[in-house]
Ligand binder design. Structure first.
Ligand code: GLN
Length: 571
């Protein structure tokens, strides 16, 4: 097999031959391809490899940063400040790694790059075409992953469903990568959906067959089919899919909808996917998978725990995907503290109309997450007031911190005119204001304060107790900041600035002295919470919430039993 010289020169010499797994989706969207990719990453990590996962999104936006959460769900932020698809959150949480901006590529990025090269005259008068110019650029971006992240195995997930017009150049690039790298270094995994016909009680494979045929017409023959279903898939169906789709029977992996997200790697392991992938790519495991910690996590989630109610007061609550990482961070913290957190999804604009207050008042803790724009802002401010006055645990995430500051300003100055200049440019008390460097920024895309920034923790605060550290780094995504003009007077009235930028210029975390737990961070702690490592702020908030609800979180009383063995010992 002839390898392109850049592969020989770079990948082989530096890392050994990188292996590529390509994940496509068939039949319908939203079948959990992102979670499947993350779970496969986990199978590889457990075997001692260093996988990285890349998402190729066929839309024309340069990144999801400018898209409405209703369109796209949460915008997930990486250490390096890349604004990415929420699937990258799944990837990071499952394989417990920090990904880089090369891990999310869109059609918009590909075309802007190629067009810029064309304008620069780089193509020496050639006609620029989808094949080879766009496909070459896609391949180049895929190959950047092992160079940038030092991954030995790269999983590439293509957004959308096979058959979409916009994904064609991506699929063509994947097809070419097999000719470039050889069968032994590439694997195509197709994730499909098996519909269930209620009238006859049958699971149908026909749409999967059609989708595989569609993929074949593009020149890609899947090596593995992950067949998603709401109902258990028997051996007979597995045989049938193998026969009709021309794949190894071992390579048909049924994946029944899991009640718990973190169970998915265990289900895939049980079906033998990890071993099949390694066999097929002639890889020898570097370590024997040890699932005990992950199994314990899943088993702990199944154990009945005392319930606490968390009100999440947001603007996009109809689409819970808009708060994916917040929901996961709550889940991680609840597990650690030994409670079960029920999230009450409250629309802040409804609170403004007097609706939803009974639910808010029934909650043991309140979270106000991030957001943009003025719709529903007064409802969030009202929720913060309720939390402060009634000493209900409160966690403010970015906008949630700003809301806490506005509310306190209104209390201190006795004036409802106190505001952020995001919502009222002419407020007499701009307690939250634009950063000087943000003034005059007209472009909306990628221009916020983004990514990891350092934060000095002030001792003898609730936040220092939570972190048990003097210095942390957290991920940001915002334009507005606490206005330092108000630091002194707010301090005199009981607000503590418990996290500051090292140069003391920016307030990163605020809390109240006389409150069991009312903390707001200018950053987004939810992006760094991991299933086995809940974020300290979420954990402390959850402890305060459990305390408030009367639940004592004495870990020794709800010790998790030895986890049920979900994985057969050997295969
Ligand atoms: N809209 C606010 C700002 O830009 C908060 C952003 C956020 O919550 N991510 O500063």
């Amino acid at each position: 097999m002839a390898l392109p010289t850049d592969f020989i020169g770079c990948e082989v010499r530096r890392f050994g031959m990188t292996k590529y797994l390509f994940l496509t989706g068939g039949v319908v969207s939203s079948v959990g391809k992102g979670v499947a990719a993350a779970a496969i990453g986990k199978l590889l990590k457990e075997r001692g490899f260093n996988p990285s996962i890349q998402k190729l999104d066929p839309y024309i936006n340069v990144d999801p940063g400018t898209m409405s959460p209703y369109q796209h769900g949460e915008v997930y932020v990486l250490d390096d400040g890349a604004e990415t698809d929420l699937d990258l959150g799944h990837y990071e949480r499952f394989i417990d790694t920090s990904l880089s901006q090369v891990c999310n590529v869109t059609t918009g990025q590909i075309y802007s790059h190629v067009i810029a090269q064309e304008r620069h005259g780089d193509f020496l008068g050639g006609t620029i075409q989808v094949i080879p110019h766009i496909t070459n650029e896609i391949k180049r971006r895929i190959r950047m992953v092992p160079r940038d992240t030092k991954a030995d195995i790269v999983l590439v997930e293509i957004g959308g469903t096979v058959g979409d017009i916009e994904s064609l150049p991506f699929l063509e690039a994947l097809r070419q990568m097999r000719s470039d790298l050889g069968r032994e270094n590439t694997l195509y995994i197709h994730v499909t959906w098996l519909p269930f016909i209620g009238a006859t009680g049958e699971i149908k494979t026909k749409p999967t067959q059609h989708s595989v045929r569609e993929l074949r017409s593009i020149g890609i023959s899947p090596d593995v089919i992950i067949a998603r279903s709401d109902h258990p898939v028997g051996e007979e169906l597995r045989e049938k899919i193998a026969l009709f789709c021309d794949v190894d029977r071992r390579a048909v992996i049924p994946l029944t909808t899991a009640s718990l997200l973190y169970e998915v790697p265990l289900l895939l392991e049980r079906e033998g996917l990890g071993d099949f992938i390694l066999d097929r790519l002639s890889l020898v495991p570097k370590e024997k998978p040890n699932w005990s910690a992950w199994e314990a996590l899943v088993a702990a989630e199944r154990i009945k725990r005392p319930k606490v109610r968390i009100a999440l007061v947001g603007k996009y609550v109809e689409l819970q995907d808009a708060y994916m990482s917040v929901r996961e961070a709550v889940r991680h913290a609840a597990l650690e503290v030994g409670v079960e957190a029920e999230i009450l999804w409250l629309h802040s604009a409804e609170l403004e109309k007097g609706r939803g207050w009974d639910e808010l008042k029934s909650s043991d803790g309140i979270i106000v997450p991030g957001g943009f724009g003025s719709r529903g802002i007064e409802g969030k401010i009202a929720a913060a007031r309720y939390a402060r006055e009634n000493k209900i645990p409160y966690l403010g995430l970015c906008l949630g911190m700003q809301v806490m500051v506005i509310e306190f300003g209104r209390h201190v100055f006795g004036s409802e005119d106190v505001n952020s200049t995001e919502f009222n440019r002419n407020t007499p008390h701009p307690v939250i204001d634009l950063l000087p460097e943000q003034r005059g920024v007209d472009d909306m895309g990628g221009t916020m304060r983004l990514g990891l920034y350092p934060c000095q923790i002030v001792q003898n605060t609730k936040v220092s107790q939570a972190y048990e550290k003097n210095f942390v780094q957290e991920r940001h995504r915002h334009r507005f900041e606490f206005n330092n003009t108000y630091r002194e007077i707010f301090g005199e009235h009981g607000m503590l600035f418990s996290g500051l930028s090292p140069d003391n210029r920016l307030v990163e975390i605020a809390e109240f002295k006389d409150h069991p737990f009312m903390v707001g961070s200018q950053f987004h702690p939810e992006f760094l919470s991991r299933p086995s490592r809940p974020h300290p702020l979420f954990k402390s908030f959850m402890e305060a919430t459990a305390e408030h609800s009367g639940v004592r979180s004495d870990k020794s009383t709800e010790k998790v039993d030895a986890p049920g063995n979900l994985i057969p010992d050997s295969k």
